[in-house]
Ligand binder design. Structure first.
Ligand code: ATP
Ligand code: MG
Length: 228
């Protein structure tokens, strides 16, 4: 039987910034519907890896395949990016806009209609619909992170790439965020999360460890599911 084509495959991916190596020969397959965790010390290349997977940063060498097609050579990057939702640690929410307007804007920017109903549905998924008229500056850090997730979800992404989404959060909020990401995974979305949190390791199907731009270890996660 044929092995199912990975959703994303990195083959000997290398990235150097001004001669400095950030990624040094990464081979990695991400299956459709998988929840992958990425850990590693500061400067080990985790964010660089996410950016390359998200179609935001062209590698210096090697190949990135999306469903077997060469992402940086044969595919239209803008189309690919539309199927990817990024969640950053610094939420990049616009403070002059309300929570709802932030979500709508992100849909419009990625070429969608940006209808209120879809935006509110995304906010409901993260439990923030009742705060839709609030300004981000009036929200707690955990609430802002939930709005940032809603902003990605409203675009209905196939893949969610999250860079330390639980950094600076207390335990209760960490659990909430990981529960939301797990629920999105259970809807069939492929998730890659950079995180040092034990909670991530528990919900992930698999964890890879990066050191000095190389994958040094790969372990199975617990694949736990829970509702917070
Ligand atoms: N735009 C850039 N220009 C120059 N060097 C960069 C750039 N982006 C990353 N680097 C370098 O590449 C290496 C890997 O950086 P990266 O941000 O991927 O690490 P990280 O594992 O995400 O670290 P952290 O846990 O601190 O976020 C670092 O040495 C960093 O200084
Ligand atoms: Mg980083």
């Amino acid at each position: 039987m044929n092995e199912k084509l990975p959703l994303i495959e990195l083959k000997n991916v290398r990235k150097a910034f001004e001669g400095q190596t950030a990624l040094d020969g990464i081979d990695l397959k991400v299956a459709e519907g998988e929840f992958l965790g990425v850990v590693g010390p500061s400067g080990s290349g985790k964010s660089t890896l996410l950016h390359i997977m998200g179609g935001l940063l062209k590698p210096t060498g090697g190949k990135v395949l999306f469903r077997g097609e060469n992402l940086y050579e044969d595919l239209k990057l803008s189309d690919y990016r539309r199927s990817v939702g990024f969640i950053f640690q610094s939420f990049n929410l616009l403070d002059e806009l309300t929570v709802l307007e932030n979500v709508i804007l992100s849909m419009v920017v990625s070429g969608l209609q940006g209808d209120k109903k879809t935006a509110l549905k995304a906010l409901e998924k993260v439990g923030m619909h009742e705060r839709c008229n609030a300004k981000p500056s009036t929200l707690s850090v955990g609430e802002r992170q939930r709005v940032a997730i809603a902003r990605s979800v409203a675009r209905d992404p196939l893949i969610i790439l999250a860079d330390e989404p639980t950094g600076n959060l207390d335990t209760e909020n960490k659990l909430k965020i990981m529960g939301i990401l797990k629920a999105l995974n259970e809807e069939g979305r492929t998730i890659v999360v950079v995180s040092h949190d034990l909670f991530t390791l528990k919900v992930a199907d698999r964890i890879v460890e990066l050191v000095d731009g190389k994958i040094v270890r790969e372990v199975a996660g617990n694949g736990f599911s829970w509702r917070s």
